[in-house]
Design a binder for this molecule. Sequence first.
Ligand SMILES: C[S@@+](CC[C@H](N)C(=O)[O-])C[C@H]1O[C@@H](n2cnc3c(N)ncnc32)[C@H](O)[C@@H]1O
Length: 398
Amino acid sequence: MQKHAVWPLSLLALRHLLLQLSIPRNQSTNSIELSVSQRPVLSDRKLGHAFNKCVKPKKRHEIQLMASICEYSCQISPVDFVVDFGAGLGHLARVLGYGYGVQVSCIEMRSELNVQARCIDTKLESVLQKHLPPANLPCFKRPKHVTLCITPDMQPHQFLHIIAESQHKPNTNFKFGIIGLHPCGDLAVILMRMFTNIPQARFLNFASCCYMKLTTAETQSNIKLQGYPLSQYLLKQREFSFLSYEALEISCHAMEIYCDRLASGDYEYLKVHSFRAAAERIIINQWPNLKHCGLRSVKHVPGMDFEDYFYKATQGVEASNLPRSDLQTSTTKNDLLHWRRIVIFYTLRLMFAPLIESIILYDRALYLQENECQVKINAAFDPRISPRNHITCSFKLK
Ligand SMILES: C[S@@+](CC[C@H](N)C(=O)[O-])C[C@H]1O[C@@H](n2cnc3c(N)ncnc32)[C@H](O)[C@@H]1O
């Protein structure tokens, strides 16, 4: 690639426009009240280690900021407890419960994760009991783990009774906050609808992910259950609000890391997309019905050749039985030779990713505003650590 080629003016203008229209992605911690340092349980090295055991650095980064934002929300709008939608292993709830003294009900559909979560709670409690004076222990709030698959058609009163039961409340006369750390696809939409439809829900903090799993008019005919668009503003302008599956999918890619690799000339890693493109041609040549079928994601390691990639990516798909000779045709060799074209094409597509994500996040913000809620979107996480780095924070005005 020519390093100093002048970009066409149209491309420069497009880049500027995309930047202007998109929600900023640079981490902005100034608006977030970071309170970890004031929490002796979390800042103690030994105890901090107990909280972080088996938690990946990416997750730790997210939890630290999310918990801090949640505590801030509890100060602004006091609640009796918080509900974590799609809680996974409950790592966030553990930091909130034992680090901040916030009571959490974790909603998770996979029962095996809840079993594991309870084991981790017990182990953490025994470490805390060993290292802390007994006077501190009553401040700890053990998370409640509820196995439940929330569906878009679940009625607010049904949900309210489930969470009341999880907290052993005799009635529904309580206030709660809603949180979600990367609830995938429609789960983020379900939590927003629960928030706007239940008066007892007072605040909402969530980071989105997996936009390609959102239902749209193409996949869900009932407008009340649809994942995108949500706001009346976009629902009334259907011809402008359409987002294709491909658009939703690209908006979930890790942009900053790709840009860093492009800027440093680290092209080896970027070749993986040309491998995927060459594999696609081979697959649809023999099995047209497998067009765009999901393949295993393969991390590009330096020196990996196309054949290594192909057999790893197609594990479990008929194409994995193809003989090596079928991967060495002149067409495939030519495809691989022109990997730069794929880098250019992918880079141009990726330029649109922040705008597409912004459309989805603005649609959600508009929906919350239309329902008389105050909304703020913060680029809370470092986008190089956690690419889906925006947290939507909302409070009820009434
Ligand atoms: C991307 S993971 C995030 C897990 C956790 N919040 C974290 O940050 O580690 C999403 C979680 O939501 C759960 N989930 C997805 N859809 C759900 C639903 N409809 N009801 C309950 N849990 C759901 C999944 O099983 C998964 O554990």
